[in-house]
Design a protein around this ligand. Sequence first.
Ligand SMILES: *Cc1c(COP(=O)(O)O)cnc(C)c1O
Length: 179
Amino acid sequence: MSSSYTRAAQGGTGAVKCGGNYGAGLAAQAEARRHGCDQVLHLDGAADGGGRIEECGTMNLFLVTARGELVTPPLGTILDGVTRGTVLALAPEFGLTPVQRAVTLAELRAALADRTVTEVFATGTAAVITPVRAIKGEGYTLTAGGGGPGPHTLALRERVLDIQYGRKADTRGWLRPVR
Ligand SMILES: *Cc1c(COP(=O)(O)O)cnc(C)c1O
């Protein structure tokens, strides 16, 4: 956790895939690397002090709860990722209720500690679905679930790849033939 940088502000360009957004994330990414992390977990920079989780590097973030919810931050200052939409649409097929709501880092830390959040993963076109093993901040490291890819993470990843590669039927018109 670093309180030095923000990626996107309200009224800004955080919700679109615009080159300028990435420049703002580079310093934070370099700091994450120095601490042995692969990615940055961006929080919102809202005037009320924020602290709500937004995105993970250039991926959208998802939490699986012990109650069977698939929670992801609402749109606004985060990118409306195609993979985010795909995973939200597929969630019910895996017994998960999709929920778009704000989650503070404090809430996430507590939920990882008491295992009410059992899996954390990030989504993007390049990475498809990437499990998050642990979240590290100043003075703490919290393991997500068992520290390996969780069952929902793996099942959703497999399903997205199966649809992309034509191994499972695309019932939603997601695929387009390219001629
Ligand atoms: C590309 C990107 C994502 C993921 O979007 P997809 O459409 O799923 O590839 C998420 N956040 C940011 C900031 C991005 O640039």
